[in-house]
Structures are given as structure tokens and as C-alpha cells.
Write a new protein. Structure first.
Length: 685
């Protein structure tokens, strides 16, 4: 009889969705999935009939969360996607069709009226997840579980719900807080009227729910369950949210990034909640937030479960440049490890991800492996259009830690003219040796450069194919080279517009064409320990006095701008890359330290979906993203050197890129606003 009654209420249920689409966790496009809603109704009792069924329902709900690795802008392979790389200054694409909604977003063609059909809008989907989790929380006692089983499932439920809210916060801004409530389906329209929480209220709720979940989620998971969140993942996510909460755009414009002063007011000064006039985004600087962010990062560090991924040096590891004075073994210096392999093998599939101590939270991510195809040129089975910018190339240091924009040292010279002679091999990487030499701009760079940047005359081994003619190819992007723009005339968008592509997730075995061509499975570090270390240093850098924070263990912790603590955390990331640590001058000046942090995060987290959010939270988005996109002259020739010229992109997609403060967040769909006008739209949309 219960099932018959549920069937009789289906019509009322969908009528209510129209009255409050956001709260009923659906929008017009979701009605195509009526069978799933019906199935949920019909099997309501069976969900709680046993542990196995309840767990299956829980993890099926979690599977509906966006794939964290879907950051290149096309969600075709993974459902939803993040604006990520294509909508920041670390990458450039020409694609705007075929589901490339990030390309459409940066071109300004998406708005509140059509965003619902894109893979960037996650509002309705996240509230569907929240509703499912609320059903579990409300009815878990109907399931026969031991106390330990019940608490663990509750812990994961609180985490999944909070994680869905955190996605909403990052993508769409302040959320509507539902709490544990399961909205009825046959009420009058005024029942569904609600307002969005402020940004501060959203953060506090999400973090409180995560803290609650941490009490029950285990410290570790088995190798078979790699990808399932642990207590460290919970604490790491809180640390990320708290750092964002302290950052200038969401904290009255204050902090070390001086260019962001007043940004909170210029972005959100007039955006207030109707019922009480509260600012949706805080307009008064609160320095103590940085102390809270420092505590949350330090809590992860003090778990003593995580460390940067390193590979011990061997005979193929290059000697440290003479200019590096500190020659202590890692983690006290850069010696004793192989910086190239330590970094590259985290991403390309060589390492065993489940055993990687750097993954505070990671998962195997098929979408990452599939998107390596966009780094390979058309002639070798790829699409070739996921371009890195010259800004990214210039950000990488020389091997001794000096800056390419300044004259290189005698030990690590830097030159933007001429070519390298001979061949250099190190750590399994081969620089030079093709039919044409390597441009001097790409010589003597730090290890992360070679792990990440595909430049003209860079070697692509492609060893998985048994066709030897397709092994060990040096790709050249000039017009008179083997994979230049005009070689891909079949599709005018399938080529690199800058002369650079990403190699970060590409293994030497990976190939997309040729007999037996295959790709290694790829992990994606959702939260890496490197992020925790750099976040800790950033939080301390913004403190001007001593602050006391009460931790989750009810113990009081004190934080200040301790340069030794900052250096200890920050320098580990530098040392792992084979570079020297911070200078005393950088440590002494807050603004110089911020500049070092911004650059380090851009390099270390290239194509990991951090840059897009970083430049927004710092309030420097308009400045950074409005800079012209530059690269090599792909219309030029290698033979006369005209290719090797810094060139501002002058094609339609580059000229029409839109930078607008409203693009800090993706808009909520117009249909949702029409159904529940009280939730109000994001500023500018």
C-alpha cells in the first residue's frame, strides 16, 4: 500500500518542483530522468532493509558528484565540468562547440537564461544529492546496523552533503541551507519561499558539517577503497574552504595581496539580503580568519600521515646546480631526491596512487586519461588544442632557482636566442636529439617545467604503440614542422595556438594512434599535501599580530607571522622541485611573500583546478585574466627563426575573451530564480 500511495503522489511531487525547483532538487532538464525519481520512491523501504542496500544507495548518490578531474571544460565524458583551465590564465582553447561550455563561458555567450543547458551549472544536481542524503540521515535508524556501522555511514553522509554544498559555494556562491529538512511535495507555493545564506553562513555550516563527519570517518581506507574520503580528506577540505573564507574577495578586501584592497566592496558592496539587509559577502576585514585557516592546515600537517611524494636520487639524477647553497637532503634541502621523477610520477600514472603519501585525497580519474588526447597533435590521434600560455612558461624558474626574466647565472644561463647543441638526458627525460635543436628558452629550466610543458622539438616517446615509426617523435609547431597549425587543416581548431601544450598527465608510454596504442590510468590529487603546506604559509603571512584559535579538540592554539614556520612549510615544495628555498628578503616582506606564494601555486598546481579559484579569492582575477594571451609565433617558420618570437594571439577567440567581475561565479539559472525569486541572482547576472 505504501508503494501505491507513493505512485499516487508522483504528479503532486513534480508539480511542487515547478513551484520550488531549487528546493525540490530539480529543474526542467531533470524531468527527463523521471524513472530515477520514481525508482527512489518505489524502493524507499528497500533502501533501509539492509546494510548492503543502504551503502549502495549512499555511494550511488556520491557518484553523482562532479568528477574533480573534469577541469578542461568539456563534460561530455563525465557529466558536469568545472570552468577550470579554459577560464583562467594558465590555458587557452578555441573550442566553443560540442559541449565545450568553458570555452563558451570565457567568450561571454553563456548567461542565466542558457546556463542550465551547459555542463557548468550544478545547482539542481547538488540539491538532488542533498535531498538523497537527507533521506538517509532521517531514516538510518530503520536499518539494522551496529553502532560502529551506523556512525561510519552517518559520517560519510554528512561529508557527501557538505561536499555538495562546497561545490555550490565554489561554483555558484552563497547557498540555500536546507539543513536536515526533507521538503514535502504537496504544499502551497509559499511553503517553498526561502533565501540564500550569506557567504559566511554558508562557510560556517559547511565546515561544521565536515567537522561532524570527521568524528566518524576513518583515518585510512584500504587500497581497494582508494578514492573514498578519509578524516584527512575532511580536514583538508576544511583547510581549503577556510583559506578561501579568509581571502580578500570574501573578507573585506584585506590581506597581503595589496592589489585586492577594497575588492570585496567593488564586487559585492551593494549585494544584500532582502530580509535583514545583511551583506551576502563580508565587507569588514577580519584578520583572525587567517589564523583559523592556519590552524586548519596545521591540523592536517600534525596528523603525521602525509608527506610530499619523492623518488630517491639515482645515477640518472642530475647534480644540483652550483648556485644552490643548501645541499642538505630532503626535506631540509633539495638533495637526495630526483626532482623530475618525484613530481612527474604523481600525475602520469607511473606511481601507485593508493600508496602516495601526498594524496590527502585522491582518486583514479578516467576523464584525466581521456583528456590527454587534447595534448597530442591531430597527426598522432589527438586534438592538440589545449594550449599553455607563455605566462605559464615564463613562471617556471631556472634549475638553480633564478628567474628567467633576469639574466641567467653562469651555471644556468638563460637566453631567448639561439639553440641548444647536443643532447641532455636526466631522470629518464631526453632534451634534444631530434632533427632540429631545442630553443634556448627551454634549456636549464626547473624539473617541473619538463614534467608539464610540451614545447616545440620536445620528445614524445609514445612507447605503447608497437609501430616504431610512431615512437620517439619530436613534435614541432612551426609552419614548416611536422605538427604545425596548417598540418591540421581538417579542423581549424585542433592545434595549439601558443606553441605549447600540457604534458603533466602524459606518461612516456601514452599514445593515441598506432597498433596497441594505449594510455596508463591516471590519478587525480583532489587535495595534495603540497596545497596544505602552501596554504599554511599563506595564512601565516597575512597575520600582523598573535591570534589564539580554539581547535576541534577544544585546545587553544596560537599563530603569528612566524617566518621560520612559513619557510619550513613553503620550502619543502621548493626543495622537492630541486630548487632553493625562500630568501630572507621574501620572508621579511608580506607583499614579496605573497608574490612568491602566488607564483609557486601557479607552477605547482598547474592544471589541477586551483588557479581559477586562487585568482578569484585573491581579488586579482580582473587584472590577471585581462592580460593578453601570448605564445610563440605559430604562423612563423622554424627554419628562419620567425617561429621563436613572443607573439600576442590575434585570433577571434583570443580577441573576444571576456573578463567581467560577475564571472567570479557561474549564474543560477533564470528558471530557478523565476520559481523562487527570493533566492536572488548572483551580482551582474
Amino acid at each position: 500500500m505504501r508503494n501505491i500511495k507513493f505512485m499516487q503522489t508522483i504528479k503532486t511531487f513534480f508539480t511542487a518542483i515547478f513551484l520550488g525547483g531549487m528546493l525540490s532538487f530539480g529543474s526542467c532538464g531533470d524531468f527527463m530522468n523521471i524513472n530515477e525519481y520514481t525508482r527512489d520512491m518505489l524502493t524507499y523501504d528497500s533502501i533501509f532493509s539492509g546494510k548492503e542496500r543502504l551503502e549502495a544507495y549512499l555511494w550511488a548518490t556520491a557518484a553523482r558528484l562532479p568528477h574533480e578531474g573534469a577541469i578542461w571544460g568539456n563534460g561530455a565524458a563525465s557529466g558536469k565540468s568545472f570552468p577550470g583551465i579554459a577560464c583562467s590564465d594558465e590555458g587557452f582553447i578555441q573550442w566553443i562547440s560540442g559541449g565545450w561550455h568553458a570555452g563558451q563561458f570565457i567568450q561571454g555567450t553563456l548567461n542565466a537564461d542558457n546556463i542550465a543547458s551547459s555542463n557548468l551549472s550544478i545547482w539542481g544536481e547538488m540539491y538532488q544529492i542533498i535531498r538523497k542524503i537527507n533521506l538517509i540521515i532521517a531514516n538510518i535508524d530503520k536499518c539494522a546496523l551496529s553502532a560502529i556501522e551506523r556512525n561510519e555511514l552517518l559520517g560519510y553522509s554528512y561529508f557527501i552533503r557538505a561536499y555538495a554544498y562546497s561545490h555550490l559555494l565554489m561554483v555558484h556562491g552563497p547557498v540555500v541551507l536546507v539543513g536536515d529538512r526533507i521538503y514535502e511535495t504537496n504544499m502551497t507555493p509559499d511553503y517553498y519561499i526561502t533565501e540564500r545564506a550569506t557567504y559566511d553562513e554558508s562557510v560556517e555550516y559547511i565546515c561544521s558539517e565536515l567537522e561532524k563527519s570527521a568524528r566518524f570517518i576513518p583515518l585510512k581506507v584500504t587500497v581497494a577503497n582508494f578514492g573514498r574520503p578519509t578524516r584527512g580528506a575532511v580536514y583538508g577540505l576544511i583547510a581549503r574552504i577556510r583559506l578561501q573564507h579568509a581571502s580578500p574577495l570574501f573578507n573585506g578586501g584585506g590581506g597581503a595581496s595589496g592589489v585586492a584592497a577594497g575588492s570585496a566592496r567593488s564586487y559585492f558592496g551593494d549585494w544584500k539580503r532582502a530580509s535583514d539587509g545583511a551583506d551576502f559577502v563580508n565587507q569588514t576585514y577580519e584578520e583572525k580568519r587567517w589564523a583559523m585557516a592556519a590552524y586548519c592546515a596545521k591540523r592536517v600537517m600534525d596528523m603525521n600521515l602525509y608527506a610530499l611524494h619523492t623518488i630517491e636520487a639515482d645515477n640518472s639524477t642530475p647534480e644540483l646546480p652550483a648556485g644552490i647553497i643548501n645541499r642538505n637532503d630532503f626535506p631540509d634541502g633539495p638533495a637526495g631526491i630526483d626532482p623530475y621523477r618525484s613530481y612527474a610520477e604523481m600525475f602520469n600514472g607511473e606511481g601507485v596512487a593508493a600508496n602516495n603519501p601526498e594524496f590527502v585525497w585522491g582518486r583514479m580519474e578516467p576523464v584525466v586519461a581521456s583528456y590527454t588526447q587534447h595534448s597530442f597533435p591531430k597527426e598522432y590521434g589527438g586534438y592538440g588544442g589545449m594550449a599553455l600560455t607563455q605566462k605559464v612558461v615564463d613562471a617556471y624558474f631556472l634549475a638553480d632557482g633564478s628567474d628567467p626574466v633576469a639574466p641567467g647565472t653562469l651555471d644556468c644561463p638563460y637566453d631567448e636566442s639561439g639553440f641548444m647543441s647536443g643532447v641532455k638526458t636526466f631522470s629518464g627525460y631526453r632534451l634534444g636529439g631530434g632533427s632540429y635543436p631545442v630553443y634556448n628558452m627551454y634549456v636549464n629550466r626547473e624539473a617541473r617545467f619538463y614534467a608539464c610543458v610540451g614545447f616545440s622539438q620536445c620528445l614524445w616517446p609514445m612507447l605503447s604503440t608497437t609501430e616504431t615509426a610512431r615512437n620517439n617523435i619530436y613534435f614541432g609547431y612551426a609552419t614548416d614542422d611536422n605538427v604545425g597549425k596548417y598540418k591540421s587543416a581538417g579542423n581549424v581548431e585542433d592545434y595549439t595556438t601558443t606553441g605549447y601544450v600540457s604534458k603533466k598527465y602524459v606518461h612516456p608510454d601514452d599514445a593515441w594512434t598506432g597498433t596497441s596504442a594505449s594510455r596508463l590510468p591516471k590519478p587525480f590529487g583532489i587535495i595534495r599535501y603540497a596545497e596544505i603546506l602552501l596554504s599554511y604559509a599563506e595564512a601565516l603571512n597575512n597575520l600582523t599580530r598573535e591570534w589564539t584559535v580554539t581547535g576541534s579538540d577544544s585546545i587553544e592554539y596560537t599563530f603569528s607571522r612566524d617566518v621560520n614556520e612559513m619557510a619550513k612549510a613553503f620550502n619543502q615544495v621548493r626543495y622537492r622541485a630541486g630548487l632553493p628555498g625562500l630568501t630572507d628578503v621574501q620572508l621579511a616582506e608580506r607583499e614579496l611573500m605573497f608574490a612568491a606564494i602566488e607564483r609557486e601555486r601557479m607552477i605547482e598546481f598547474l592544471h589541477e583546478n586551483r588557479r581559477y579559484y586562487d585568482i578569484r579569492r585573491w581579488g586579482v582575477y580582473l587584472e590577471r585574466d585581462s592580460e593578453p594571451v601570448e605564445g610563440m609565433n605559430i604562423e612563423g617558420k622554424r627554419s628562419d627563426g620567425s617561429y621563436y618570437q613572443r607573439t600576442r594571439l590575434d585570433n577571434l577567440r583570443a580577441r573576444s575573451r571576456v573578463t567581467d567581475r560577475k564571472m567570479v561565479w557561474v549564474p543560477i539559472t533564470s528558471n530557478e530564480i523565476k520559481r523562487v525569486p527570493s533566492i536572488v541572482q548572483n551580482p551582474g547576472w
